[in-house]
Design a protein around this ligand. Structure first.
Ligand code: ADP
Ligand code: MG
Length: 476
């Protein structure tokens, strides 16, 4: 028995003398301390260690879905733990298979999955070379479903990745609502360029990260380094450019980087929630440049596309779901692909956690949950509330911000304060500041006045109820 153990250990030992199972077992002990038991059982226990080579632990996962979920939610935990156990430079590679014998094959076979694996490793290597593109390897063209809503954007994205900087689609400006695939598409361009042109410098980041880096570079006196780093890119991909609104200094620097890159025919790719012309508050010079190349919008997917997306994702996640359930989800979740995915993930988590079958009843419950989450995720601002309340009560907005003590203005102001305290995360102090710099005790007084009226006055109940739904609608 002892002999056998030694042989096994020699076979799968790497140069540092660690066996994959030993390493993974130590990782599990640490992971267990950091997650709930439910998470541990659902997402970590099914992972099997396979190999360890040059500080890279290779593990086997039951499905692509597992990888995506873990990568999205626990990658920093895993990397921290791996670093503690294997040492600096530790990495995780994965294979997807439910058959251990096929693992080596799946690395060399030209299957979809092995390609996914080699991509992960390729991108990891990029990082090892000292340059991190910040691209998520899971965003690819081959798992981006085409539909009427994204046809133009998808076609242009393909052309750009074949010939970055060389088409007239420069800049390429993708816009549309949340969860419709903007980030997926623009990162897929980046990943595809890296695959086709290994020497191109591609960088992806959100306009928020760009701003944060810019501010840090000012603080550390490194603006020139910051600026020349971005000017040296072949492909600059900036997500959610609308967040540059109100940040004049960052806009100014971005304007210059944009010009340098554009003049030297480097590819610029941008995304936003609105078309350039609707980005109110953004520097006009930027708006006009954003219109130089191609603007392509992404519209919500039609029913058939939603079905196609759900089918593809259930396959990727290794799930089996009846067509009836797929149709149910596609019928009820209409305007957001992230929510379609969210439903599948919840279904899978629920089913695997409770060893339950995926039934229509379970699907119904989960669709309801997703809808409820959507409501609670609404981000309403004090200004949105003020606009709706004042519009409804025909009180000019500036009046509620002034000292006026007219009866109807006082009522509007108090309702605004009350709803702001209920529907936003703002502190009472902030709310007070929005309404003519009043202090927090005024806000408390307003809230209790409205609460009292709500408990006794049916007209106020109706009014506040109507306003609430109007506000929710206006921000959805
Ligand atoms: P956005 O950036 O527009 O808010 P994302 O790109 O983050 O949206 O997309 C939300 C989720 O939906 C992502 O997980 C993405 O992979 C998925 N997704 C979006 N569009 C598609 C599509 N056409 N095919 C497959 N998956 C998609
Ligand atoms: Mg996005």
């Amino acid at each position: 028995m002892d002999n056998l153990k030694t042989t096994e250990a020699t076979i799968d030992k790497n140069s540092s003398g660690l066996t994959p199972s030993h390493v993974w077992k130590n990782c599990l002990t640490k992971i267990k301390e950091n997650v709930t038991l439910m998470t541990y059982n659902t997402w970590f226990l099914p992972i099997r260690p396979v190999d360890i080579k040059d500080s890279t632990l290779k593990v086997q996962l039951p499905s692509q879905f597992f990888w995506e979920w873990i990568d999205e939610h626990y990658s920093s935990l895993i990397h921290k733990v791996l670093g503690e156990i294997i040492g600096p430079g530790a990495k995780l590679a994965y294979v997807i298979s439910d058959d251990a014998a096929s693992i080596d094959e799946s690395f060399s076979a030209d299957s979809e999955k092995s390609r996914a694996v080699s991509r992960v490793i390729k991108v990891e290597q990029k990082k090892a070379n000292g340059f991190d593109s910040h691209l998520n390897p899971r965003y690819r063209f081959d798992n981006f479903i085409k539909g009427e809503g994204n046809e133009l954007a998808r076609a242009a994205a393909g052309a750009i990745s074949d010939n970055p900087g060389g088409t007239s689609f420069n800049p390429f400006f993708v816009y549309g609502g949340v969860g419709l695939g903007k980030t997926h598409l623009i990162q897929a361009i980046g990943n595809s360029i890296l695959e086709n042109f290994a020497d191109k410098k591609v960088i992806y980041l959100s306009s928020d990260s760009f701003t944060v880096e810019f501010v840090e570079s000012i603080q550390s006196n490194k603006i020139n380094e910051f600026s020349s780093f971005y000017r040296s890119m072949d492909v600059l991909i900036i997500d959610d450019i609308q967040f540059l609104i109100g940040k004049e200094k960052t806009q100014d620097l971005f304007f210059h980087i944009f010009n340098t890159l554009h003049q030297s025919r480097k590819q610029i790719i941008l995304s936003s929630d609105k078309a350039p012309k609707d980005l109110k508050g953004l520097d006009e010079r930027l708006i006009s440049r954003f219109q130089w190349g191609l603007q392509a919008d992404i519209q919500p997917p039609a029913f058939e596309t939603r079905i196609a997306i759900l089918k593809k994702k259930t396959e990727d996640y290794g799930m089996t779901i009846s067509p009836e359930i797929i149709e149910y989800i596609a019928y009820h979740i209409t305007s957001n692909i992230r929510e379609l995915e969210g439903c599948l993930i919840k279904l899978l988590a629920n089913a695997s956690l409770n060893s339950k079958e995926i039934t229509l009843d379970l699907a119904k419950k989960i669709v309801r949950e997703v809808a409820t989450e959507r409501k609670s995720n609404l981000t309403v601002s004090i200004d949105d509330i003020t606009k709706v309340v004042c519009g409804h009560l025909s009180v000019p907005e500036n009046k509620v911000r002034e000292k006026t003590r007219k009866k109807e203005v006082v009522l509007a102001r108090q309702i605004c304060m009350y709803l702001s305290s209920k529907l936003t995360k703002s502190s009472l102090k902030t709310i007070g500041l929005h309404f003519g710099g009043r202090d927090h005790s005024t806000v408390i007084h307003a809230c209790s006045t409205i609460e009292q009226a709500l408990s006794s006055d049916i007209i106020v109940q109706e009014l506040v109820g109507n306003l609430k739904s109007k506000i929710e609608l206006s921000s959805s």
